[in-house]
Design a protein around this ligand. Structure first.
Ligand code: FAD
Length: 404
């Protein structure tokens, strides 16, 4: 039985970093609006935001002019300013990107040129000897230093967004799952497992369930589905942490939307290696054994996914093999640091990425926001959305302002 009915201007679905940043930006831009954020978990940042690599991305990888490029670069600055103002620790330690084979050199050059076009100053091409001055244990053909990259704890950032949003009068309703949305002419009705909301606008930032929420706001349907890709990490044992000073990335496969397994020094200490990218059999399934047959069937039945599977089966099988074989995972890491041994790695956590896939088999490369009369749906906000969160929040908030 529903206990309460709330009247509000804006309902935001999802207390991940994107929903929280949006909530904060809306309240900062228009303090008079009543804004309620609904989150199904007992705390914020329990899914993608709390299971990521904790990297502040520079904007290197993204096509100039794309939403990823513009929001990452603007969001980077906004994030740093926010953390400075709120005393949130971060470390702009820089990273190296390493070409481990001759064939990767053209793609390394493409990244360098993209970085320049995206306005990154201080990029430096590196020989192996120069790479070793930065990371003494690395190997490779050539590389690049990216000084802007940093490390941070995005859960800590999210908690602060939440606190500031609430201090401006925003409400966060935890432990409430949105189950139904009925768009109306002046008000939409949002029903959760507990309460009922009458709202002028719905903003969907539901991450791994953003397609489901978008379907509810748009009964005709939206033509994208979230395909969940789990990313598993190993931790380097403390006695071998000396092998990695900061961040070491491979040159990514340009046809695949993920960056490849990398080494990351964490802001609170320790070094992680990963994440790989395997199809998750459950949207919020963090263990290999987690399986939700309904969700898995929906993914497999989506025509776009079938095309993705046909296109990337080889890469996918390799990722799957590395997921089950620690020695294969270690081998991938040894391409960057030959001294790393299987015995140096202990299981770390895992995260699941929400990657939107269209009907024709395109994995959406860019951030995507779909609008209807009564709803704004953030349907694709994968990496670097944590870095870009304040900028995405600002973009969405500007769309909200147009409607009030
Ligand atoms: C393995 C991994 C590594 C990554 N590394 C980085 C990185 O280093 N740097 C970077 O910038 N980005 C990184 N990312 C990407 C980044 O973490 C995500 O882009 C970002 O966290 C997305 O935030 P979000 O708020 O959209 O989603 P989420 O954090 O997933 O939040 C969505 C929220 O919606 C809630 N929700 C869903 N359905 C409902 C419902 N029906 N009712 C109520 N609530 C609901 C969920 O419980 C959840 O809390 C990484 C992601 C992963 C998975």
């Amino acid at each position: 039985m529903l206990s309460d009915t709330f009247m509000t201007d804006v309902v935001i679905i999802g207390g991940g970093i994107v929903g929280l940043a949006t909530a904060l930006q809306v309240k900062q831009q228009r303090p008079g609006l009543k804004v309620i954020l609904i989150e199904k978990e007992p705390d914020v940042a329990r899914h993608q935001t709390g299971h990521n690599s904790g990297v502040i991305h520079s904007g290197l990888y993204y096509k100039p002019g794309s939403l990823k490029a513009t929001n990452c670069i603007r969001g980077y600055k906004m994030l740093i300013d926010f953390c400075d103002a709120e005393n949130i620790p971060y470390d702009l330690c820089g990273k190296i990107v390493v070409a481990t084979k001759q064939e990767e050199l053209p793609q390394l050059e493409t990244l360098y040129q993209r970085g320049l076009l995206n306005g990154l100053g201080g990029l430096k091409k590196l020989s192996l000897a120069e790479m070793r001055e930065i990371e003494p244990h690395v190997t490779g053909v050539a590389g690049m230093f990216v000084p802007q990259t940093g490390i941070i704890d995005y859960k800590q950032v999210s908690d602060k967004y939440a606190q500031k949003f609430q201090s401006l009068g925003g409400e966060i309703h935890l432990n409430e799952r949105v189950e139904q949305i009925t768009p109306g002419t002046s008000l939409s009705i949002v029903v959760t497992n507990k309460d009922r909301y009458e709202t002028k606008l719905v903003v969907n930032c539901a991450g791994l369930y953003s397609d489901k929420m978008a379907q509810l706001t748009q009964p005709g349907g939206v033509d994208v589905r979230i395909v969940p890709f789990r990313g598993e990490y190993f931790k380097i044992k403390p006695q071998k942490e000396y092998l990695v000073k900061n961040l070491i990335y491979p040159v990514p496969d340009p046809n695949f939307p993920f960056l490849g397994v990398h080494f990351t020094r964490m802001v609170h200490g320790g070094v992680e290696a990963g994440p790989n990218a395997v199809l998750a059999f459950q949207r919020e399934g963090y263990k290999k054994s987690d399986i939700n047959l309904k969700e898995l069937f929906e993914t497999l039945a989506w025509p776009g996914f079938q095309k993705v599977a046909a296109k990337y089966w080889e890469t996918g099988l390799g990722e799957m093999y590395r997921s089950f074989s620690k020695s294969a995972f270690t081998k991938a890491l040894q391409a960057l640091i030959p001294e790393v041994q299987e015995s140096d790695l202990e299981p770390g956590g895992a995260g699941v990425r929400a990657q939107a896939c269209d009907r024709t088999g395109g994995l959406l490369d860019d951030f995507a926001i779909l609008e209807t009369d009564k709803a704004i749906n953030v349907v694709n906000a994968p990496s670097p959305a944590a870095t870009s969160s304040l900028s995405i929040g600002k973009t969405v908030s500007e769309k909200v302002m147009i409607r009030f």
